[in-house]
Design a protein around this ligand. Structure first.
Ligand code: B12
Ligand code: SF4
Ligand code: SF4
Length: 230
């Protein structure tokens, strides 16, 4: 299967962006959280993204954003499964990276995905990680949701992108609990502020560092949403 044929097949599963990166590009990940710690045979990380509906940010209720976050995560976990089945039919090993689950890293005291999905996306040339610690893509800005699969299929790697963050620091100033003050996000401060209850139901109550970013929407979406001020 050629690279572009595979990319098209993955896009047809319902993603907006898809890229391929060699796992060596993720060698500087923390110990235990490199692709080969998870799949020793892996050669390529496949990253894919779905544009997150921008209207949710306009809502005065946190529930539409939270509902979309839960549904889009289920959708991406399903697409990851389909990508694995597709690759296995072609004779390759493939494992999905859970879309929103994390584990506690005893060595650093930080919560981590078994493979950081935004670092995977950066390694696959899908976007670059901004000061707000989120992946920014040229097409759909940082308002994307991410998935990834590791495979032993040696796919030609896509080029890395130039840094898309302008270092304007608006995200740092917008954080209500100063979780972005230091280079590394203060996970506890962010989690305590971000996750909670609204009207007795669990909800995501903060994404200010996302909302204020001039790179929130990206080139493709800005045109469609012109006139909408977020
Ligand atoms: C745990 C988690 C959280 C935690 C901790 C966040 C964090 N930054 O660590 C909390 C609850 C606070 C959180 C909050 C949010 N999250 Co969150 N979260 C995750 C999750 C499940 C794991 C993230 C992770 O592994 N963090 C640990 C590492 C990456 O962070 P770190 O310790 O600071 O790492 C440092 C170094 O160790 C090193 N490093 C670590 N890994 C690697 C790998 C390589 C190759 C290299 C070079 C370096 C390196 O670089 C870092 C900088 O110093 C991911 C989904 C996933 N499967 O990856 C979603 C995810 C990052 N979250 C997401 C979002 C949107 C949010 C929120 C906006 C809330 C929301 N859900 O809407 C806020 C934003 C907070 C922020 N500014 O980052 C999205 C981001 C999408 C995007 N465009 O980037 C993700 C990717 C979910 C998804 N599948 O799309 N999140
Ligand atoms: S999600 Fe909210 S609390 Fe977390 S870093 Fe962003 S602005 Fe700060
Ligand atoms: S708000 Fe500015 S500094 Fe923060 S991520 Fe966006 S472009 Fe980068």
């Amino acid at each position: 299967m050629y690279k572009e044929e595979l990319r098209n097949k993955i896009k047809k599963l319902g993603v907006d962006l898809c890229g391929f990166g060699s796992v060596e590009r993720m060698n500087s990940a923390p110990e235990g959280f490199k692709p080969r710690d998870v799949l020793p045979e892996s050669k390529t990380v496949i990253s894919f993204a779905i544009a997150f509906p921008a209207g949710t940010l306009k809502s005065t209720s946190p529930h539409p954003y939270t509902r979309i976050r839960n549904s889009i995560s289920d959708k991406l976990n399903g697409i990851s499964l389909d990508v694995c089945l597709l690759l296995e039919k072609e004779g390759f090993l493939a494992v999905p990276i859970p879309v929103i689950e994390d584990v506690f890293d005893e060595k650093t005291g930080r919560y981590r995905s078994i493979i950081s999905i935004k670092h995977a996306a950066q390694a696959a040339g899908v976007g670059t990680i901004g000061r707000n610690s989120l992946l920014i893509t040229p097409e759909y800005g940082s308002l994307v949701w991410l998935g990834a699969v590791l495979t032993d299929y040696d796919i030609e790697t896509d080029p890395l992108l130039e840094d898309l963050c302008t270092n304007c620091d608006l995200c740092v100033k917008a954080c209500p609990v100063n979780a972005l003050e230091k280079e590394e996000l203060d996970q506890k401060k962010c989690r305590d502020c971000c996750f909670g209850e609204a009207g007795g139901i669990w909800a995501i109550k903060c994404h200010a560092c996302r909302d204020v970013c001039p790179k929130l929407l990206g080139e493709k979406r800005n045109q469609k949403l012109s006139g909408i001020t977020l």
